[in-house]
Design a protein around this ligand. Structure first.
Ligand code: FAD
Length: 401
């Protein structure tokens, strides 16, 4: 059994940000990060990879380069947490105890929930931006598409980056126009949710500027349940009529259902839905005051994004340091999150909003309009902010800090 003062579970956007901030802001001498992966992925880049704009390799960097100086990296995966005894177990059977725990293990893609998907994805017109292994298949599929029906699915939330399932549709639709095959192509958004976007301002902007003029069809409350790859058929549950609908496709971009990681779902840290049960303002666990969580694994009722972590990280760190000094957790997070809605090469609507789904925009102009400048922000600036700002625990002007 090994003891650490602070253990951070997960070396993704949230875990690395918190660890780097803690080490920058105070004299912590004993912080360990438990993370099994050799590679750190910049997942927001996968939309651009799938759209043929960025190389997949640009989104992957060695984990070792981003573990902050002063942190100990335990290259293993957590399989059990026992918060009553401040104890956890890893896959290789090692036991660790902690004084303080930060859970930032992200979420799990549930490919198996859709019959036939795991075997189908990555070939024969079935693709997905949601993993490094499958993201190249998206651009391959779009590039080789010769016309017909192109489906883009959105599963029941919560999912990470709720805008990503439609961003790739806009990039694909633009490509079909450029390739001269748009007139023989039907582009359909098959969405388990009730609308194109949760925030009214951006939903209206998307419908008026993008969906209607570009003749994209939308079918809401339709949830993908099965894929017959051999017949190129996708089966959806029409949630209102409660019956199955079969749709023939020539290509389908699938966003898989997502769940909280197994070790969280099965631990006392979880709320009913499986996510780490934290106070939505302070990010402190509602039953275990020495446990905090942020990012995709947390119960925070906001849209799960790396941008949200930019705002969650400082709050978590301030509160954790306060609790370590015997004080109350007083810093609060307002639910800030952001979704850079790429609508084409050179066009982007930058959605930013809070828990109440009120826009909370950074720039002094209407971000509900498609803009080239905001596309450049996504293409060139946000990756720098991610690798050099967020992962280094630095303060940046954009949002949250
Ligand atoms: P992650 O970054 O996923 O990190 C979780 C880490 O935990 C991983 O390194 C994993 O290996 C580790 N882990 C998992 N299980 C265990 C375990 N048992 N023990 C120890 N470690 C474990 N966000 C934006 O802000 N803007 C965007 O435009 C955007 N677009 C996106 C597009 C796509 C296609 C996708 C997939 C995501 C997008 N996101 C976007 C979302 C963003 O990438 C995530 O919200 C963000 O990475 C969440 O950070 P996290 O630290 O919670 O999880």
């Amino acid at each position: 059994q090994t003891h650490h003062k602070i253990i951070v579970i997960g070396g993704g956007a949230g875990g690395i940000n918190v660890a780097a901030r803690l080490l920058r802001q105070s004299h912590i001498d004993d912080l360990a990060i438990i993370e099994p992966s050799d590679t750190h992925y910049y997942q927001p880049g996968w939309t651009l990879v799938g759209g043929g704009i960025m190389k997949r390799e640009a989104t992957a960097k060695p984990m070792a380069d981003y573990i902050p100086v002063g942190a100990k990296w335990i290259k293993d995966a957590v399989v059990e947490v026992d918060p009553d005894n401040n104890c956890l177990k890893t896959r290789s059977g090692d036991l660790f105890t902690y004084d303080y725990l930060v859970v930032a293990a992200g979420l799990e893609l549930d490919w198996l929930k859709i019959d036939g998907l795991l075997d189908a994805v990555g070939k024969d017109g079935v693709c997905s931006n949601y993993s490094y292994d499958t993201v190249n298949s998206t651009w391959e599929t779009i590039r080789n598409f010769k016309g017909g029906t192109a489906l883009f699915t959105f599963p029941p939330p919560p999912i990470k980056c709720a805008g990503a399932p439609q961003k790739i549709m806009y990039l694909a639709e633009e490509h079909f126009r450029k390739a001269g095959i748009r007139d023989k192509t039907q582009v359909v958004y098959m969405c388990a949710g009730p609308s194109i976007f949760g925030v009214k301002k951006y939903a209206e902007a998307l419908l008026e500027q993008v969906v209607k003029p570009r003749e994209i069809e939308t079918r809401y409350k339709h949830n993908l349940v099965r894929i017959h790859a051999a017949k190129k058929e996708a089966v959806f549950l029409d949630m209102d009529a409660n019956r199955e609908v079969v749709v023939k496709y020539d290509m389908i971009h699938v966003t898989p259902p997502m769940t909280a990681p197994f070790f969280i779902r099965t631990s006392k840290l979880a709320n009913k839905a499986g996510w780490v049960d934290v106070n939505k303002d302070t990010l402190q666990h509602v039953r275990y005051p020495n446990v905090f969580s942020l990012g995709d694994a947390s119960s925070l009722p906001t849209s799960k994004t790396a941008a949200a972590i930019r705002a969650e990280g400082p709050v978590l760190v301030e509160n954790l340091l306060a609790v370590m000094k015997g004080q109350q957790a007083k810093a609060t997070y307002d639910g800030y999150t952001s979704c850079p809605l790429v609508t084409g090469r050179g066009k982007l609507i930058l959605a930013e909003f809070d828990y109440d789904l009120n826009p909370k925009e950074t720039f002094p102009f209407d971000q509900g309009k498609e803009r080239l400048s905001m596309y450049w922000l996504k293409r060139y600036i946000l990756p720098i902010i991610y690798w050099k700002g967020l992962l280094k625990g630095r303060k940046w002007p954009l949002a949250g800090d």
